[in-house]
Write a protein that binds this ligand. Structure first.
Ligand code: KG4
Ligand code: ZN
Length: 358
């Protein structure tokens, strides 16, 4: 059955709306809020919530217009109902409820993490079960995705997300935000071996990770260079960036190797590994993961970056799978600040600058 769904996303600092029909993204509009939060060194929840409330209507209108559709052409509305910054999630949920009440369209509350996790099915139709590494400024976890509503979280960060660590490293070294691209650029001309940086939790069993100690190590290394020479040269910056990126890459690759073993133990008919999140843009990390997959005869799936970072097409698509399985919500749908995908897994520590990691 063909389904055309409007997706709404407002759980962090992107206001987004999209229209998806089965596996086709008819439109996807994302209004960022970077400028609004620039002076504060992180996302300010109240400012984010207010901006979502102001922008959602326009964003939805634009998404419908770009798709060449009206509300009457839709089969349902999917909205992020958590996890995330509660004010933002509430803005989206209230807006979706309003449209649903006015039009009678079915309402589906989607877990934001499910949106990310199901994206490789939207873009590449990969079969269940597959292994996913979700790695961004707010998230870092390994998920075995068994069905649209069945996930095993087999590991994740116990403190910062890697994107957050890239951003903090850039700040410590005086490089522009967002930190990921500027650290990657500087690392190109750096020596990854000059500074002896830790690989936190690398030798501990399991797939959990930690990145906050690495950021502290960068701070110490910077301070000792500054104490010795009175400042940082461009080469010092590059060497620190290269060392940091190599440490993050080593940890992610080794932990992925272990996660992959757990996944392959399930004997999937088609071996597939997928990544999502802004950090997936990093060439060194991506290259290392691709090589690992090639060695394990596993397909490597990386959706285009605009669908890897926060967007509403992934929410609409998750809504389609949920609706096809008969799921419906009603006007009692509530917004949830925390909402782990795998209810059986122990809660994760840390909350991250961009809200709950669940
Ligand atoms: O998925 P995303 O757009 O937003 C959320 O965190 O939800 O991810 C943004 C994060 C930022 O922390 C940014 O520094 C990081 O992804 N990032 C990168 C690169 N491009 C973006 N990290 C490492 N290397 C990159 N090339
Ligand atoms: Zn996200």
């Amino acid at each position: 059955m063909t389904l055309t769904i409007l997706g709404i996303e407002s759980s962090c600092d992107d206001t987004a709306a999209a229209v998806v029909r089965d596996n086709e993204v008819l439109s996807s509009v994302v209004y960022g809020q970077t400028d609004l939060h620039a002076d504060f060194g992180g996302v300010v929840p109240e400012i984010a919530a207010r901006a979502h409330a102001e922008k959602l209507d326009h964003c939805i209108e634009e998404a419908l217009q770009n798709a060449g559709l009206t509300l009457e052409d839709l089969d349902g509305i999917a909205v992020t109902a958590g996890p995330g910054l509660i004010g933002g999630v509430l803005s989206g949920v209230m807006c979706a409820k309003g449209i649903s009440a006015a039009t009678g369209l079915p309402l589906i509350g989607v877990n934001h993490l499910a949106g990310h996790a199901l994206t490789p099915r939207l873009t590449d139709q990969i079969p269940y079960p597959y292994l996913m590494l979700l790695v961004s400024g707010g998230h870092c976890q390994f998920l075995i995705v068994e069905a649209h509503d069945r996930y095993q979280r087999i590991g994740g960060t116990i403190d910062d997300a890697p994107g957050e660590a890239f951003d903090k490293t850039a700040r410590i070294l005086g490089l522009p935000q967002p930190g990921g691209p500027s650290v990657e650029q500087a690392a190109k001309s750096g020596d990854p071996k000059r500074f002896n940086l830790p690989r936190p939790l690398l030798n501990q069993p399991g797939c959990d990770m930690s990145f906050s100690g690495l950021k502290t190590a960068i701070l110490r290394a910077r301070d000792s260079v500054v104490a010795e020479k009175g400042g940082l040269t461009v080469q010092d910056q590059s060497d620190l960036c290269a060392g940091f990126q190599a440490a993050v890459t080593d940890v992610l690759i080794e932990k992925t190797r272990r996660a992959m073993q757990l996944y392959l133990d399930l004997n999937p008919t088609k071996r597939s590994f997928a990544i999502a999140g802004g950090v997936a843009a990093n060439g060194a990390i991506r290259g290392g993961l691709m090589q690992l997959c090639a060695g394990l005869e596993t397909d490597f799936v990386a959706p285009p970056l605009r669908l890897c970072t926060d967007n509403a097409a992934m929410i609409a698509y998750a809504g389609i799978e949920m609706m096809q399985a008969g799921h419906r919500d009603d006007l009692t749908l509530s917004a949830r600040p925390r909402w782990p995908l795998d209810q059986r897994a122990a809660p994760m520590l840390g909350s991250g600058k961009k809200g709950a990691k669940a």
